[in-house]
Design a protein around this ligand. Structure first.
Ligand code: GTP
Ligand code: SPV
Ligand code: MN
Length: 593
């Protein structure tokens, strides 16, 4: 008798009619074979899937050019399919599950004709972690198969682990014909199912990432009492060698990967990397929060990455282990066959192909690398990887950070008065949009806890879940807000960022361990640092710029709250009353100031 997994694969194959079914085993040999197929056999618009890069300087690295319409997450084509619209909430596109499946079945009928269907068995989380989940994704493109091998713990053991169980997360993926008019990323939280067609792009196609580990997992977390968050996890080692673990949420393309492998500008401090994008967080038996990174690789933004800004990532990209490294939609330096992007070290090469493969000159109107060009790289390449990464229960979290891109309004760092106020402030977080999703860049939108595109249910219920989690803990972590992106009148960043961010992290871990309010100034929205409480050794900053960075402007905040109020009001009577209570307290404090 076939197992439920075999039966499911067979049914999908009957629908999509591939020429071949290929069960991936996770072996080293297979890594080479899949890349080989992508270089020689599979094509997108007549172009090979992979181009081999300079093997001396970038060992085992390949360049992938996506379909030109398929370069970022498409939030408008992403749906949560639950029986009623209210449960999905105003934060999600919604379709009734049967209707959605009818639509998808029609689009998937015969969509893999002549192609190979790859069966990818993988774990999210260490198999011994209490939160780990066994998953299987189907796909019809070598790029996704190779990427999933990098991003997850993929291997045939998972098939044994699933055995005859029905309990595995199903991900169905086909690139279809890449036509955005026939592109959908549909989630069925009640069935542990993601069905994605028409796109090969990261968050749309690597279904273990945003689709499962955030949208579906957030729904599971709500049901089972844990959190799935768009957060990095790092250990901050101080001069005494003590490591404090923190989790930090920032919206897409807003500094998570950089913060996760920061090289400290303060001697004696060190960052240990556990995760750069997703955290699964539960309350341990001792009433404290514990977090794991369910992934096994980085899918990072290329532009801006250099030995100046993120040396540890540059080293990660050049390491040589058996998993290939993939560059997607970067430019190609024809002189040395290396990937290239805006912001990388050194002068602009004389002979470049842009991300679409066309000759590029500095006078060209577009950037050479796509603004959302990325690399996919195995986490074991990372020189700062924490030994705790493989610890199944995860690490204890002492502070939670929320950050965003705000040219004004938000100070460099802010400590919230308490958990509930931190949840409210997280709920009204605003950010200027980036190229990680299609749409206009640089417009302000509310992005609660950096989860707006990733919460698989009504965010009013999500805020309630956060409040309940706070009540259940014996020692809830302190909540902080950070903003590396405040600018002066001429639009220049006021804060140098990157390795210098350690100064802010130092302030945060000290406050997380200390109960006095020394060194901090109380404002209506929380505590901001006094200049002498931040360690500026080895760095110059003017009194004036420090003041600008940490200003909480009453007038700006009144306008901010008005905008935030309209956002919260969308959730109607489903919004927990405590959120409105906290909002009103905040507003009263601001009006008094
Ligand atoms: P996703 O992978 O989309 O979730 O992005 P991310 O949040 O991991 O962002 P990432 O660290 O890749 O940074 C995105 C962009 O922001 C890059 O171009 C960085 O160079 C830039 N950036 C990161 N940290 C800082 C910082 O401290 N200051 C400034 N000014 N820019 C930064
Ligand atoms: C993000 O957009 O937050 C990313 C890239 O990390 S993606 O995998 O596309 O979601
Ligand atoms: Mn992300």
């Amino acid at each position: 008798m076939p197992t439920p997994l075999e039966k499911w694969v067979e049914e999908q194959a009957q629908l999509t009619k591939p020429a071949e079914i290929y069960w991936c085993d996770g072996s080293e040999e297979e890594a080479r074979r899949i890349v080989e197929i992508g270089m020689k056999k599979e094509k997108i618009e007549g172009q090979p899937i992979f181009h081999q890069l300079n093997q001396k300087t970038y060992p085992n690295a390949y360049l992938h050019r996506s379909h030109p319409t398929d370069v970022a997450r498409t939030e408008h084509l992403t749906y949560i399919c639950l029986p009623d619209r209210e449960t999905a909430g105003p934060n999600n596109n919604w379709m009734e599950p049967d209707k959605a499946k009818g639509r998808l079945r029609q689009l998937s009928d015969g969509c893999m004709a002549g192609r190979t269907i790859y069966v990818l068995p993988y774990m999210m989380g260490h198999p011994d972690s209490p939160l780990a989940k066994a998953c299987v994704q189907l796909t019809d493109i070598s790029y996704v198969a190779a990427s999933m091998r990098i991003m997850t713990r993929l291997g045939k053991d998972v098939i044994r682990k699933i055995g005859r169980s029905e309990n595995f997360v199903r991900g169905f993926h086909s690139v279809g014909d890449f036509d955005p008019r026939r592109r959908f990323i549909m989630h069925f939280p009640e069935e542990n199912l993601v069905w994605s067609i028409g796109s090969g792009y990261g968050g749309n196609a690597l279904l273990g990432k945003k689709c499962f580990s955030l949208r579906i997992a957030s729904w599971l977390g709500k049901k089972e009492g844990w959190l799935a968050e768009h957060m990095i996890i790092i250990g901050v080692e101080d001069l005494q060698g003590k490591i404090t673990y923190i989790a930090a949420a920032l919206p897409s393309a807003s500094g998570k990967t950089n913060l996760a492998m920061l090289e400290s500008a303060l001697p004696g401090y060190k960052i240990w990397t556990i995760g750069d994008d997703i955290a699964w967080i539960r309350i341990g038996a001792n009433g404290r929060l514990y977090a794991i990174n369910p992934e096994f690789g980085f899918f990072g933004v290329a532009p801006g990455t250099s030995f100046q800004t993120n040396p540890n990532m540059m080293r990660t990209l050049r390491a040589n282990l058996f998993y290939p490294t993939i560059f997607t939609n970067t430019a190609l330096n024809l002189e040395n066959n290396e990937p290239w992007w805006e912001g990388i070290d050194g002068p602009v090469p004389a002979k470049l192909l842009d991300w679409r493969g066309n000759p590029w000159q500095p006078s060209s109107k577009t950037t050479a690398a796509h603004p959302n060009s990325r690399f996919t790289v195995w986490i074991k390449h990372c020189p700062t990887l924490s030994p705790e990464f493989e610890n199944p229960p995860g690490v204890p979290i002492a502070a939670i950070l929320f950050g965003s891109r705000r040219s004004k309004v938000m100070p460099l760092v802010l400590e919230s008065f308490n958990w509930a106020r931190g949840v409210l402030m997280g709920a009204i977080m605003g950010t200027e949009t980036t190229a990680a999703a299609t749409g206009k860049v640089g417009v302000l939108r509310r992005d609660p806890m950096a989860m707006l595109p990733f919460c698989g249910y009504n965010m009013a219920d999500y805020f309630g879940h956060w409040l309940r989690m706070g009540e259940k803990m014996t020692q809830p972590p302190k909540i902080f807000f950070i903003n590396w992106f405040r600018t002066d009148e001429s639009g220049k960043f006021l804060w140098p960022g990157f390795g210098e961010n350690i100064r802010v992290l130092k302030w945060i871990i000290e406050r997380a361990h200390r109960s006095t309010q020394d060194g901090a100034k109380e404002t209506p929205i929380g505590w901001v640092p006094e200049k002498n409480s931040l360690d500026f050794s080895g760095m110059k900053i003017s009194e004036e710029n420090f003041k600008k960075l940490c200003t909480v402007d009453g007038e700006e905040w009144k306008a901010e709250l008005e905008n935030a109020q309209a956002f919260l009001a969308q959730f109607g009577s489903r919004m927990p009353l405590e959120i409105w209570d906290e909002f009103n307290n905040l507003k009263t404090a601001l009006l008094k100031s």
